[in-house]
Design a protein around this ligand. Structure first.
Ligand SMILES: [Fe+2]
Ligand SMILES: [Fe+2]
Length: 344
């Protein structure tokens, strides 16, 4: 993957810095926005800096991931981002903290059921047209092409039952040892079958800030050992909010005629995530909290962040669709390079 085009002053600086970390060391104060969650320039900058720890970029300096200058930029951006995440999550966290550890799993399932926000999956199932379904896939590609990777960073940071549970879950995400069952690759096949670009990261420079934030929060928690409980709380909420919506997405995909090859990724998750949610909520988070009750708060924070950021991304997309607009124009079936321009 090549570095994407910048989307503002900050990401311009970060793109230059990833090519040549020395250029960042020499720059002055960062141009920080007032609202980190909604600012696409900041979200793309964070995404770029986090991607150095995943697959990186063909045109990056090979040592950019451990450049002190880039790490200090990342630290400033992620502090602003984390403050924004805490702000939008704060009011939902209390029910998961003011609860006995044994009751935590049931309370988390209740929160997932009742979390406020529009249902993108229900709209896709019943009302979305073909291009809207394709746009949903395009948005989700930013995370699903690296599905499971952010949470894998937590494996060496856990012990005992929580570690065993996470490895069991991730083994399934990575295809149970069968290359073409890896969930990331199932999603890539769905994108191709829908006429979209399946190259990793190819839509990062066109999706809204809210979509990048969904991916960035997982990296934020995954890359900091101190946030391992938030990473597992996030995973638990992610898995617990997946099975039923995936059934709806699969139905919507077939309703608009996109077919089995696109639906297969979602079919797979109807069953898989019904198992994963039990594993993540009861075994992984349950074990973590039992081992160290002080971690319950951050498990709760991570779980709520997952649900809150998901809801924040769904709302503007549904609003655009209701007015017959797209947040990102869907690519044509044939012109991938001309694929996506921000809607005016
Ligand atoms: Fe998966
Ligand atoms: Fe899963």
């Amino acid at each position: 993957m090549l570095l994407p085009r910048p989307r503002g002053e900050l990401s311009d600086l970060v793109v230059s810095g990833i090519r040549d970390p020395q250029s960042v060391a020499e720059c002055g104060a960062l141009p920080l926005p007032a609202d980190a969650l909604n600012d696409v320039d900041l979200q793309l900058s964070l995404w770029l800096l986090y991607e150095l720890h995943y697959r990186s970029f063909d045109d990056a300096d090979p040592a950019a991931d451990w450049s002190p200058a880039l790490l200090s930029v990342r630290r400033v951006l992620e502090e602003a981002f984390n403050d924004g995440v805490e702000d939008v999550s704060a009011k939902h966290v209390a029910p998961l903290i003011d609860v006995e550890p044994d009751d935590f799993p049931d309370r988390l399932f209740e929160l997932v059921e009742t979390f406020p926000g529009p249902s993108l999956a229900e709209y896709v199932q019943r009302r979305a047209d073909r291009d809207q379904v394709r746009e949903m896939l395009l948005h989700r590609s930013v995370y699903h092409l690296k599905e499971a990777d952010p949470h894998s960073f937590a494996i060496p940071r856990l012990t005992g039952a929580a570690k065993a549970g996470l490895v069991e879950l991730q083994y399934d995400e990575y295809g149970d040892g069968v290359a073409d069952r890896v969930h990331q690759d199932l999603f890539a096949r769905a994108l191709r079958a829908a006429g979209l670009d399946a190259e990793y990261g190819s839509y990062a420079d066109v999706v809204p800030a809210e979509v990048l934030a969904i991916s960035n929060v997982m990296s934020l928690y995954g890359l900091h050992r101190a946030r391992r409980a938030a990473a597992m709380g996030h995973l638990a909420a992610f898995e617990a909010s997946s099975s039923v919506p995936c059934r709806r997405y699969a139905a919507g995909i077939r309703r608009v005629g996109l077919g089995d090859e696109v639906a297969q990724y979602f079919d797979e998750h109807v069953e898989a995530d019904a198992v994963h949610e039990q594993l993540a909520v009861r075994r992984i988070c349950g074990a973590l909290i039992a081992e160290d009750p002080r971690l319950q708060r951050d498990v709760a924070v991570g779980a709520v962040a997952c649900l809150a950021l998901d809801a924040r991304a769904a709302a503007p997309l549904l609003e655009a669709w209701k007015h017959d607009r797209h947040l990102v124009l869907p690519p044509t079936e044939t012109a991938h390079l001309d694929r996506a321009v921000p809607a005016s």
